[in-house]
Design a binder for this molecule. Sequence first.
Ligand code: MN
Length: 191
Amino acid sequence: MKFELPQLPYALDALEPNISKTTLEFHYGKHHQAYVNNLNNLVPGTPFQNADLETIVKEGEGGIFNNGAQIWNHTFYFMSFSPNGGGEPTGPLAEAINKSFGSFTSFKEQFTKAAATLFGSGWAWLVKNTDGTLEIIQESNAGNPLRNGLIPILTCDVWEHAYYLDVQNKRPDYIGNFWNIIDWEVVGKRF
Ligand code: MN
């Protein structure tokens, strides 16, 4: 199966000043693209040569998992944004957030803390458990909640390549900007 870099639903400068065009040129245009190229080079001749991306995320190991999951994670992350984003979710997702975390403010604080304290490279996730409750988890490197049977709702990439060009070492500033561009309509449909 040939994997391709997905088209973004916004221009590379559309998320400024929260995420710069330069960051997207590298993060999407170089890093995300490299994971696609790497996976296409890795799968031929393996049991995954005809597998779809979700199967690779759930069952892959080593480089095939790392590159496949990074494609999945980055696509999920980039598709969560809109130049008209920000604010708060509505509907069933908002109700579930209130039920699981008490309020949107409390959820935002806990998710921000999870993203800020994740040591090294990885992803903070909001996931839905099998009983419908929500939970915030941290995954290192290419980690993805699908491997544990959880449903991903929202993610924040805290690899340094996600923010270093814009805010250098100030990861909390990047996380603060992240909330300004979330497309809650897209994210809410995942719940
Ligand atoms: Mn990244």
